[in-house]
Write a protein of this length. Structure first.
Ligand SMILES: N[C@@H](CCSC[C@H]1O[C@@H](n2cnc3c(=O)[nH]cnc32)[C@H](O)[C@@H]1O)C(=O)O
Ligand SMILES: [Zn+2]
Length: 433
């Protein structure tokens, strides 16, 4: 059925005037059909009142590890190396397909209810993640990361390589491209050149995107330079890793030369300000990224280092941290942050979106602004970035389909998911089952 949002404040993200008051946004099938000030004539479908509500493009979480939702609050107060090696990797060693499925659905429920319509995920048991994302109706770019220190590594026989090929066959392009598969190297510090060349070669050959953790910590960045005389971004470039659409997560310690490289090769830097603060990794040079023309997207990273999937919190953090770091209140205005979470994320994923415009996919979220913390509304954009929360979202639509509305998940059995998480998945990763 067609859907008409009527008398709504539409954050169209149009270059000239990003906010259209008292608008009518008509959705038919998968697409936005029209965005007007006049009511479309002879409309027969479902009407959704936009009184005191704000409609905006769905948010894109361009870097997460969704099953890690099971590890929310599990290991707070450590730096990345200690956190990964002493806490996260041992817990992940307990994971099963069933636990990953539960954790994925939990993360999906949280994302969808807080306005995320698309996400880029790096994990393993990816077939289960793709299955859940497919069933939940969300858009997803999913990659199976390679971690390998094996000097005899061969892409053909490596488990991650085998899984990547299977994933591509099974899921790449599923449901008119709603699900996409990407290649991934976990990071420069967790593999070696043979791996990079093979995975990058496969991605190029099959037109797949690439997803890598890059220069997240000072240690990673400096150890790489000490080993090879080059930064992680440059080292990976020599192996052809950036010669396909790519997402470089974190980029906290990247150099100006790295950013020039990313601008030239159209690599997206995925900014994860909350995770970077929590793991004490540092502050990514986002103002320099924007100056150099690098596409910047936003990500939460896994929930174990955040500890939630609420992109509104991520936007606020991104909008604040660079002001504090540079002592410049004009740096990265709120609208710029909204662009990162919408158009920036779509570009990162190789998707067309991030604006409310006729012809675009109807990936839309509706927020209730009839709330004390969103009143008054001198600026919709300011309220969205600095005052709104994921819980202000009252409706989430992906490709014209309502996935969430007023506390109800249309595609997820939340009670069953909560039960499975509490009674199976969490005890399992804690080694109690
Ligand atoms: N563990 C799998 C593949 C890695 S998936 C992605 C991995 O990234 C890890 N991870 C999560 N957040 C971060 C981060 O911020 N930096 C680096 N690694 C992370 C996470 O624990 C997970 O193991 C294998 O052995 O093949
Ligand atoms: Zn990560």
């Amino acid at each position: 059925m067609d859907i008409l949002f009527e008398h709504v404040t539409a954050v169209t993200m149009d270059e000239a005037s990003p906010v259209l008051e008292d608008a009518f946004v008509l959705v038919s099938g998968r697409k936005i059909v029209s965005v007007t000030r006049q009511e479309p004539e002879h409309f027969k479908g479902r009407r959704i009142s936009g009184q005191n509500k704000v409609l905006m493009p769905g948010l894109v979480n361009a870097h997460t590890h969704i099953p890690m939702t099971l590890l929310r609050g599990y290991a707070d107060g450590y730096d990345l190396q200690t956190w990964l090696n002493d806490y996260i990797f041992p817990a992940e060693a307990q994971l099963t397909e069933r636990a990953v499925t539960a954790g994925t659905y939990l993360g999906l429920a949280e994302m969808i209810a807080s306005g995320t319509t698309s996400f880029s995920d790096m994990y393993y048991f990816c077939d289960r993640i793709a299955q859940a994302a497919a069933a939940a109706g969300i858009q997803a770019n999913i990659c199976r990361a390679v971690i390998s220190f094996d000097p005899e590594y061969r892409f053909e026989t490596d488990q991650a390589g085998i899984e990547l090929r299977e994933l591509k066959e099974r899921w790449h392009g599923y449901d008119e491209g709603r699900i996409q598969i990407e290649a991934s190297i976990h990071g420069e510090y967790t593999s070696h050149e043979k791996v990079w060349r093979a995975v990058a070669g496969y991605a190029r050959e099959h037109g797949l995107g690439m997803h890598v953790h890059v220069s997240e910590t000072k240690k990673e960045h400096e150890e790489c330079i000490a080993r090879s005389g080059l930064t992680p971004a440059q080292t990976l470039d020599r192996a052809g890793v950036w010669d396909t659409r790519a997402q470089a997560a974190h980029c906290v310690w990247v150099s100006e030369e790295d950013l020039e490289l990313f601008a030239r090769k159209k690599v997206t830097a995925v900014h994860n300000p909350v995770s970077n603060q929590k793991l004490a990794s540092g502050i990514a040079p986002v103002p320099a990224m924007l100056r150099q023309g690098v596409n910047v997207a936003l990500g939460t990273d896994g929930v174990a280092s955040n500890n939630c999937h609420d992109l509104f919190g991520e936007m606020k953090s991104a909008a604040l941290i660079h002001k504090a770091a540079t002592l410049d209140p004009t740096v990265i205005p709120a609208l710029e942050v909204l662009k990162m979470a919408t158009a920036g994320g779509n570009a990162a994923q190789g998707r067309n979106g991030g604006r409310i415009e006729a012809g675009m996919d109807a990936n839309l979220i509706l927020l209730d602004f009839d709330k004390p913390h969103l009143t008054p509304c001198h600026s919709v954009v300011s309220n969205l970035v600095f005052a709104a929360r994921g819980s202000d979202v009252v409706l989430t639509m992906v490709r014209g389909k309502v996935l969430y509305e007023k506390g109800e998940w249309k595609t997820i059995d939340l009670d069953a998911v909560m039960h499975e998480v509490r009674n199976y998945a969490v005890p399992k990763i804690l080694g109690r089952l």
